[in-house]
Ligand binder design. Structure first.
Ligand SMILES: Cc1cc2nc3c(=O)[nH]c(=O)nc-3n(C[C@H](O)[C@H](O)[C@H](O)COP(=O)(O)OP(=O)(O)OC[C@H]3O[C@@H](n4cnc5c(N)ncnc54)[C@H](O)[C@@H]3O)c2cc1C
Length: 479
């Protein structure tokens, strides 16, 4: 790192953090954390971009706003969809080998999209292919120092309330403080606060909790997306995902008698927006009826395009050529997060956020499928470029106040919290259940005063005060 220059600290090395780090050249960057346990690496479907014949960014924007129930920031949506074709070309230039059909992109279709618009790599192994290529690009970037085994533990504010330093913790538990005027949070989502989730264990909301604790405003915290087709298997870990692109290729949701579940419920049937499909699967399961994803019509050849999904099914004793796979809705994506402006600035000077931990309003009340990797690239590159000017370390403000997320729960209490949030803030909500969950968090001695409970309380509060249903936030008690 060049002497005298203040580093840009990027916490989180999923796709958003990797893009910020790469785009911030020539400024010295400390990239904290590894990408191995990220949601980005698990992504299956791919990246949405208007690249097909007859497709246009304006049509992509229409679908984005329809999925988001019109709650989207329209300017942010335009920025996202207009930049999408270039984002795909940029990733290809970084070495991502997207699947092709001759000279054209091979395009998949997912729920809420009016046409085939999803570029993918390695069939349904898109996330891993993208992360691998980005890791290679970052490894070759002289301005980036990787601290892959470290994690962000705390931040310090200056007298004026701006970011002044960060505290990192290494794999051996040792901590070190680093002075910086700029911290980018790219720490991902909150899925593991819920009992049923497709998210990796790293998606525990710690970055969001730290930012809120420091006084950065949150936004749209109640909007949580439920994926309708996680594989319904026992256990406490992340649930395997059966990508929506399977339904795009012809797979159908059926009940135990083989009847198609979505017929007549929405004009797009199995490709209706995720909240619509997830609620139907939830309702049926709450009533004690299993729901299955029937992939048999795809045949051997069709299934060959989904090696990840096929392997996940087989690992649980299901042969998708012959057996319909039992599915459940699961928390998949957080539309809400740290409130950021169009340039990724939070309400706290020097604190920036990007990717799933941030909320610019682009996803509205429900994210359109495959728009989040896109957001990581578009917003990540823009933020890195904005922060790329080297800053002189001599004008660095001194740290005055350290902010920590606070004590965490023990394993048993965390299990209880995850059940509580899944029951109260799942696909169908009502005030009485939300209020009871809030009360439990206050009175349960193993939960009260932990950072997870404080964050969960913020989510529950947001869900309580939005009394009307909107997008993925469905209130059974609203008119
Ligand atoms: C199974 C699955 C499939 C998906 N499929 C798609 C898809 O096909 N298309 C699409 O657009 N989206 C998809 N998504 C959503 C998408 O993958 C995520 O929204 C996106 O990857 C988020 O990227 P991110 O960089 O913000 O966070 P992540 O990729 O989750 O990266 C965050 C990183 O921060 C690290 N971290 C957390 N806390 C700290 C800390 N304190 N210090 C340092 N590091 C920290 C984590 O370990 C992690 O590596 C999918 C999600 C899942 C779970």
């Amino acid at each position: 790192m060049s002497a005298g220059a203040s580093p840009l600290v990027v916490a989180g090395a999923g796709l958003a953090g990797l893009c910020v780090a790469l785009a911030a050249a020539p400024r010295p960057v400390l990239l904290v954390g590894g990408s191995a346990g990220s949601a980005s690496a698990l992504a299956q479907g791919g990246i949405a971009a208007a690249l097909g014949r007859g497709d246009r960014p304006a049509l992509h924007a229409e679908d984005t706003c329809a999925a988001g129930a019109g709650h989207n920031d329209v300017a942010m949506v335009s920025r996202l969809v207009d930049a999408a074709p270039d984002a795909v070309a940029w990733l290809a230039a970084q070495g991502v080998a997207f699947d092709r059909e001759g000279a054209d992109w091979a395009l998949g279709r997912e729920g809420g999209h009016g046409r085939a618009r999803i570029v993918h790599a390695g069939g349904d192994a898109s996330g891993q292919a993208i992360v691998d290529a980005m890791e290679r690009a970052v490894a070759g970037a002289a301005h980036v120092t990787r601290l892959a085994s470290d994690g962000l533990l705390a931040l310090a504010l200056s007298e004026g309330g701006a970011i002044a330093a960060v505290r990192l913790v290494g794999a051996d538990g040792a901590t070190r403080d680093i002075a910086t005027p700029d911290l980018v949070l790219a720490t991902g989502g909150i899925g593991t606060l819920f009992a049923a989730t497709t998210n990796p264990l790293s998606a525990d909301g710690n970055g969001l909790a730290l930012a809120l604790e420091a006084g950065a405003p949150g936004r749209d915290l109640e909007f949580v997306q439920f994926h309708p087709t996680a594989l319904a298997v026992p256990g406490e870990g992340p649930l395997p995902l059966l990508t929506e692109a399977l339904r795009g290729a012809g797979a159908v949701l059926r009940d135990a008698r083989g009847e198609a579940v979505m017929d007549g419920l929405h004009p797009l049937a199995d490709l209706a927006p995720r909240d619509v499909v997830a609620r139907e699967v939830w309702r049926r399961r709450q009533a004690g009826n299993d729901v299955f994803l029937d992939m048999r019509s795809l045949g051997e050849q069709g299934l060959a395009a989904f090696p990840t999904a096929v392997a996940l099914c087989r690992a649980h004793g299901i042969d998708p050529r012959r057996d319909p796979a039992p599915v459940t809705p699961a928390v998949h994506f957080h539309m809400g997060g740290i409130a950021v402006d169009a340039d990724g600035r939070s309400g706290l000077p020097g604190l920036h956020a990007v990717g799933e931990v941030a909320c610019s309003g682009v996803h509205g009340a429900n994210r359109l499928a495959s728009n989040s990797l896109l957001e990581c690239v578009v917003a990540g590159r823009a933020l890195g470029t904005r922060l790329s000017l080297p800053r002189d370390a001599r004008i660095q403000a001194a740290p005055r106040r350290w902010v920590h997320p606070g004590a965490g729960t023990n394993a048993a209490a965390l299990r209880a919290l995850r059940d509580l949030l899944w029951r109260s803030m799942g696909p169908v909500r009502d005030d009485a259940t939300l209020a009871e969950a809030e009360r439990r968090l206050r009175v349960d001695p193993s939960l009260a005063r932990t950072w997870q409970a404080r964050l969960a309380s913020r989510l529950l509060h947001a869900a309580r005060i939005r009394r009307a249903s909107l997008g993925a936030h469905h209130r059974a008690d609203s008119a």
